[in-house]
Write a protein that binds this ligand. Structure first.
Ligand SMILES: *[C@@H]1O[C@H](CO)[C@@H](O)[C@H](O)[C@H]1NC(C)=O
Length: 459
């Protein structure tokens, strides 16, 4: 039985219930559980525990989302089918969705609906045959369908036209083979193959031309995740290259950066520089809490008293606000830089267990003396709200200079206290992020930025 053929659907009344009572995650858990049980029954593994561990890892957040496209007859459906079996992801094809029978205007919606079903969410998907135009690609992107890997299979036109001719179809499974390029391993299959539907020479050329019109636009829509692979090679080689691409780069595509370091190490400034240059979303936890507290929402009202009294906002609230922010479209499309959270072990663990683990973690390292000097020399102009620094950014004139004020949290005792707090938790934080990169932040901001950048683009 082919398990990929039977999508697990959340019954609509259950989705409505889940939304209304805010238990979407619970409902997802129930479905994950059902899926695990059915996988156990199907595979009957010798070692169920380690099988389940693998399954859980597989269905966790980082599921494959692969899009394959290419000219007709390049072999993309065959590659997609094998790839989805290997990755145990759901194969979604234009053919199985019967897209060619529906209105062009509703095709995007149809694909979206399919990809939002539970099996696709938990197992991931390999999409082939759609989108066919740049416009379709962009509207999919706007709806939040963001493949992590896009493969363009290419081959010269004469090769493609030749392949059209030797096409054979297995009418039992719908699989496409070819007299010379893709032979079935199984003799039983080989014997029942029939010649493919005969397209006329003109129809073939028209299909090819249609592809050529769209290929540049499609490629540019996906340029940041695109790999072009030569489809004019033996099928096994093509497949291996696609598989290698899909496996090696997972996780590293959308940067989810976490900046850690003592107060005064320059986290905010570096986050701003990274955000400007790489268009990542700058998520400063403190600023986020303040803006939510001010927005009048229910969560905001819960946060407000803590901020006013200067007490730390409870972890569960902070995490809720962060998850809400990081799940928004700009963060999932462009990636993000988080700073100001986590500051201790339990927070870091909670973040690791959420869907929003960072994939690059940096510790900005500076000595306490430097931090103290940097922070205690900060001053604020009460009139303009502008911030200055006695050494790095002095006030423009003596009038401003004279009215500058030091914020209570920038005074020496307060800074010493936060430094002590930081060091009390820093070893524990490092233990959560053993692969973190440590950057010497006792340099001018530009050099620190260069050091960060070199590590960002290293892999
Ligand atoms: C740091 O840890 C020490 C020892 O556990 C404790 O006495 C101290 O209060 C902590 N400091 C802060 C600021 O949390």
């Amino acid at each position: 039985m082919d398990e990929t053929e039977k999508p697990v659907r959340v019954p609509p009344q259950m989705s409505v219930y889940a939304d209304r009572h805010n238990v979407t995650h619970l409902v997802q858990c129930v479905f994950v559980f059902q899926m695990l049980v059915s996988d156990l029954l199907i595979h009957q593994p010798d070692d169920p525990i380690s099988f389940l561990m693998d399954e859980l890892q597989r269905i966790s957040v980082d599921v494959p989302r692969v899009l394959l496209f290419g000219p007709p007859a390049v072999g993309k459906n065959t590659v997609a089918k094998r790839l989805s079996a290997e990755l145990r992801a759901v194969l979604v094809t234009a053919d199985t969705l019967l897209l060619d029978q529906s209105e062009p205007s509703s095709q995007t919606e149809q694909v979206l609906q399919r990809l939002k079903e539970m099996d696709c969410i938990h197992r991931g998907w390999v999409l082939v045959g759609f989108p066919q135009t740049r416009l379709q690609a962009l509207s999919l992107q706007q709806l939040g369908v963001l493949p992590e890997h896009v493969v363009l299979l290419e081959a010269p036109d004469d090769v493609l036209l030749q392949r059209f001719q030797g096409r054979q179809v297995d009418h039992l499974t719908g699989d496409v083979y070819h007299q010379t390029f893709i032979r079935p391993d199984d003799d039983v299959i080989a014997n029942r193959l029939e010649e493919g539907r005969g397209l006329s020479e003109e129809q073939r050329l028209a299909k090819l031309q249609c592809f050529h019109r769209e290929v540049t636009g499609l490629s540019s829509a996906y340029q940041h995740v695109l790999k072009v692979i030569n489809g004019d090679q033996p099928h096994a080689d093509v497949y291996q290259q696609v598989l290698a691409f899909v496996q090696t780069c997972r996780r590293s595509i959308t940067p989810r950066i976490l900046l850690l370091g003592p107060p005064g190490s320059g986290k905010s400034h570096q986050a701003q520089l990274l955000s400007n240059k790489y268009k990542l979303v700058d998520v400063c936890c403190g600023c986020l809490l303040r803006s939510v507290a001010a927005d009048g929402s229910t969560v905001g009202e819960q946060i407000q008293p803590y901020l006013e009294s200067g007490h730390p906002v409870p972890d569960s609230l902070v995490l809720q606000v962060l998850q809400e922010r990081l799940s928004q479209m700009d963060c999932s499309c462009r990636g993000w830089i988080l700073h100001g959270f986590p500051s201790e072990l339990q927070q870091a663990k909670n973040l690791q267990e959420s869907q929003y683990q960072p994939n690059r973690v940096f510790f900005l390292e500076v000595t306490d003396e430097v931090c103290l000097e940097r922070i205690t020399l900060r001053a604020t102009d009460p009139i303009s709200g502008q911030r200055f620094h006695a050494v790095a950014q002095p006030a423009p004139n003596s009038e401003v200079q004279d009215r500058l004020q030091t914020r209570p949290e920038d005074r020496t005792p307060a800074v010493e206290h936060s430094l002590e707090q930081y060091w009390n938790h820093s070893a524990a934080l490092q233990s959560v992020y053993p692969d973190a990169v440590h950057i010497d932040a006792d340099q001018d901001p530009h050099s620190v930025f260069e050091a960060l950048e070199s590590k960002l683009t290293a892999d």
